[in-house]
Design a protein around this ligand. Structure first.
Ligand code: PMP
Ligand code: GLN
Length: 382
């Protein structure tokens, strides 16, 4: 058996969702909306199923989806992308992450990552024989520690993995931070895997800027998007990679050996979604911002100390004000059982020892009535 996989723990999202079901708790752990995505997109997928769209689509994606991804790159970020050679459609951003890392790294190559991080990153790098070099961001603002980042780069650095907007921290990297990272990539002749699945989910006027749009970065970045997040259809697992042709062609070689293709009916429907008007994407973010505010205000009132979240589905809260003395894992288990509300311990987003253990992550991508009910339960509990 593969030692890394056989010794790996089951992902925290599965563990906490199972615990929520067991105790009938409101699940503000795993990040998925509790409403359906747009009805016209779902209908388009259903129509496509009944319209002879059930055999293998082209390996790098249906032309109509690749064209829609290229149009979206141009419309939102002014990027000029060739839909034929510079887009690869994958089965979710998760496959895109593995395929882009596989395309870049040889065993022994180093990948720079930022803690706290999404729980797929480090195992994916290690499975491919890469060596993670972790740089820790510090709450409450998760500012980029420039000297430490610089020190993490070296002769074996092949890439940095940048997640902005960031899960779980809700951080959106600003222009100066991006410019600093871009400078390091150029100096060390390295690449960036840019996990931008929350690209349309930013708040308070914070705008997402792809690293790829900075000078000199067009050929160094592999930009990942996900229909799951942009259309509130997380089960669909349709992702897309945008990268210069010489990089995308190697990503395609990884993809052909991982999943080879992605269901064609879903691709066709996502193509329709990407052409939705600005009002759709604006409402997606502003509705989510309202939910963030509702949950944050309620948690503060109950005694949590809530950190700012400028993007993603998530906010982080410090629970020490409630008087609980155990760590974050114990707190999440306790909260599920005693209050009937489930969150995710933030220490699960760390690989190095000495992770902070007094924070939990709440997902606010839920109906307002559900968020209110969760707050009522927490109020009754404290
Ligand atoms: N990256 C991040 C930062 C995520 O939070 C997620 C969560 N789903 C993914 C990637 C995976 O996206 P997908 O479901 O499209 O595989
Ligand atoms: N991205 C989701 C989260 O952070 C979880 C996805 C999963 O369960 N793998 O909650």
């Amino acid at each position: 058996l593969n030692s890394q996989l056989s010794e790996a723990r089951t992902t925290i999202f599965t563990v906490m969702s199972a615990l929520a079901v067991k105790h009938g708790a409101i699940n503000l752990g795993q990040g998925f909306p509790d409403t359906e995505g747009p009805a016209d997109i779902v209908q388009a997928a259903a129509d496509a199923l009944l319209d002879n769209r059930n055999q293998y689509p082209p390996m790098t994606g249906l032309p109509e989806l690749k064209q829609a991804v290229a149009r979206a790159n141009s419309r939102f970020y002014g990027l000029d992308v060739d839909p034929v050679t510079e887009i690869v459609v994958t089965s979710g951003a998760t496959e895109a992450l593995i395929a882009t890392l596989a395309a870049l790294i040889d065993p022994g190559d180093e990948v720079v990552l930022f803690e706290p991080l999404y729980d797929t990153y480090v195992p994916a790098v290690r499975l491919l024989g890469g060596i993670p070099r972790l740089v820790r961001l510090t709450p409450p603002d998760w500012v980029l520690p420039r000297a430490e980042l610089e020190a993490a780069f070296g002769p074996r650095t092949k890439a940095v993995l940048l997640n902005s907007p960031m899960n779980p921290a809700g951080k959106v990297f600003d222009a100066e931070e991006l410019a600093f990272i871009a400078g390091l990539l150029q100096r060390h002749d390295a690449y960036a895997v840019c996990d931008e699945v929350y690209e349309h989910l930013t708040f308070d006027g914070a705008r997402h800027t792809p690293l790829m749009t900075l000078p000199g970065m067009r050929e160094r970045c592999l930009r990942i998007g996900s229909a799951g997040k942009s259309f509130s259809l997380t089960g669909w697992k349709v992702g897309y990679v945008t990268a210069a042709a010489h990089l995308a062609s190697v990503v395609a070689k990884a993809h052909q050996n991982l999943t080879f293709t992605t269901p064609p009916n879903l691709q066709r429907a996502v193509a329709l979604g990407l052409d939705k008007d600005d009002a759709y994407f604006g409402a997606l973010a502003s509705e989510l911002q309202g939910k963030r505010d509702l949950l944050a205000a309620g948690l503060e009132e109950i005694g949590f100390s809530v950190l700012p979240s400028h993007g993603s589905y998530f906010l982080i809260a410090d629970f020490r004000g409630l008087g609980f003395t155990g760590n974050d894992v114990a707190f999440c288990e306790h909260l599920t059982e005693a209050a009937g509300v489930t969150a995710i311990p933030v220490s699960a987003f760390y690989d190095q020892p000495d992770a902070p253990d007094h924070y939990v992550r709440f997902a606010f991508c839920k109906r307002e009535s559900v968020l209110r009910e969760a707050l009522d339960r927490l109020r009754a509990y404290v």
